[in-house]
Design a protein around this ligand. Structure first.
Ligand code: F6R
Length: 258
């Protein structure tokens, strides 16, 4: 896997934002897969700032978000649509019709997931998928389990995932939905390139397992070891276990392969 380590989350976000904008310049019809959560917040700030300076044009770009809660109206501040609107979409010139979410309000959730998969195919597949990682190794809402679902599907959220999201619901766990829709592991693995971002000490253990451990559905992110173009972007805290074990050497965002 290719690993880049940055001194902090802001330098990581700034470098990734510059990389995304450079790709957009080369490939205006870029298809981006996007994540929500705490980790990509500095990335979206950096992308918004670059756009504000006239550095980017999203007019022909397409996005697909990894996941969405079941039963939340898009206007609900806890929905991932609302998160993306606030953090990125209202700051850049993406065409609303090229923004795609799994539909947590669809009368038939399974049919909605199938429509989402068709839209990914129609867009020509995802060029660059941005991922975060749960402390338990989940990607999207693909939680550790004996068996993982390949394609977009309905998920019963674990208590840990609901707690991790409570911050977006004024800290009220009871308001966090119990179910979500998520891209499947195959949907993610079909992306032509993947960048998984992790920042903070609480991700250090799972990053070590993801990068050096066995490929197992018990650590869904470990499946990324099988992808041909995946980079793991870390701050020093998230890389601390890899560093302690002498498994990575790079600094300042230089590429380290292992
Ligand atoms: C969110 C998502 C999740 C998060 C993960 C990490 O769209 O897919 O897998 O990336 O839960 O969340 P944070 O960044 O809040 O630690």
């Amino acid at each position: 896997m290719k690993i880049r380590i940055f001194s902090n989350e802001d330098s990581l976000a700034a470098a990734l934002a510059r990389g995304i904008v450079a790709r957009l310049q080369k490939q205006p019809r870029l298809v981006l897969g996007l994540a929500t959560g705490r980790t990509p917040l500095p990335l979206y700030r950096a992308l918004a700032a670059l756009h504000d300076r006239g550095a980017s044009d999203y007019a022909q770009a397409t996005t697909f978000n990894l996941d969405e809660f079941v039963g939340l109206d898009p206007s609900h501040p806890g929905s991932y649509r609302a998160y993306m609107r606030e953090q990125l979409f209202k700051h850049v010139n993406l065409a609303p019709r090229r923004i795609h979410f799994l539909d947590g309000l669809a009368p038939d959730l399974g049919a909605g997931c199938a429509r989402f998969e068709s839209s990914v195919l129609k867009a020509g597949g995802i060029d660059l998928q941005i991922l975060g990682i749960g402390a338990n190794g989940h990607i999207g809402f693909n939680e550790p389990a004996p068996v993982l679902s390949p394609w977009s599907h309905r998920v019963k959220l674990t208590l840990a995932s609901r707690k991790a999201n409570a911050g977006f619901f004024d800290g009220k766990l009871r308001d966090v939905p119990r179910e979500a829709l998520s891209m499947g592991v195959a949907t993610i693995m079909h992306a032509r390139s993947i960048v998984l971002m992790a920042t903070g000490r609480e991700k250090a253990d799972v990053i070590e397992k993801t990068v050096t451990g066995p490929v197992t559905t018990r650590v869904p992110a470990s499946l990324l070891q099988l992808h041909h173009d995946v980079e793991i972007w870390l701050d020093e805290s998230a890389a601390s276990k890899l560093r302690r074990e002498g498994l990575v050497a790079g600094r300042g965002g230089r590429l380290h392969e292992r």
